[in-house]
Design a protein around this ligand. Sequence first.
Ligand SMILES: Nc1ncnc2c1ncn2[C@@H]1O[C@H](COP(=O)(O)OP(=O)(O)OP(=O)(O)O)[C@@H](O)[C@H]1O
Length: 243
Amino acid sequence: MPAFIQIRNLNKYFGDLHVLKDVNLEVQEGEKVVILGPSGSGKSTLIRCVDFLEEPSSGEVVIDGTTLTRKNHLEMARKYSSMVFQQFNLYPNMTVLGNLTIAPIKLQHKSKEEANANAMAALRRVGLAQKADEYPQNLSGGQQQRVAIARAMCTKQPIILFDEPTSALDPEMVQEVLDVMVELAHENITMLCVTHEMGFAREVADRIVFMDDGRIIETGTPEHFFTHPDNPRVQAFLDKIIH
Ligand SMILES: Nc1ncnc2c1ncn2[C@@H]1O[C@H](COP(=O)(O)OP(=O)(O)OP(=O)(O)O)[C@@H](O)[C@H]1O
């Protein structure tokens, strides 16, 4: 059975800058993959290609047997994947409830009642049901990111992509967002997560993928990765981060 997500010979250039270099990765349905690596190694670009927010220069991303193309990517994203960004990307002029219901109503053609019920259920799960009628600017960064995660839950796609979801947060708010992500990880959702949170990676990842200079140079379980990585560059990265 082919993997749920297949990234095949992916290359991405920004002008002359070769950012992804023949990347291959297969992710099974329900798998939680954490992508680590030094700054500028191409992690965000890789994950953005999975949503076609970046178009590959060559190679392909195949989801559930269908290759993403210019033509089908919006429909594919609607069906399969939602992204949680570093900068929450909430609509400032809409209430929290509005932010959570707009895509289900407008794009997925859900009734307002169903969208509201799903939104309230998601807000309860992230502990923010009492904030449904607030505007994003009245929430803390951690709360805004929890709303963004609830928004991703509402659309019920089977894949969730996290692009450094805690990097823009004050330190005291990081844990509250990680707690929500850990809870989400208990579900049969397929998760690809770019993060610098090693504790989260250890706790949640089925597999860690390490990128360096546009290539995947090591993959393995957290146990393998944190205790005896094969590549000395991974060890150097860990030494720098952990000590
Ligand atoms: N839209 C863009 N235009 C030009 N260059 C870009 C663009 N997006 C990313 N880059 C460059 O591509 C390289 C990889 O960036 P990317 O954000 O994928 O790395 P990263 O591993 O996620 O880094 P970080 O951990 O710092 O977020 C960097 O050199 C970056 O400056």
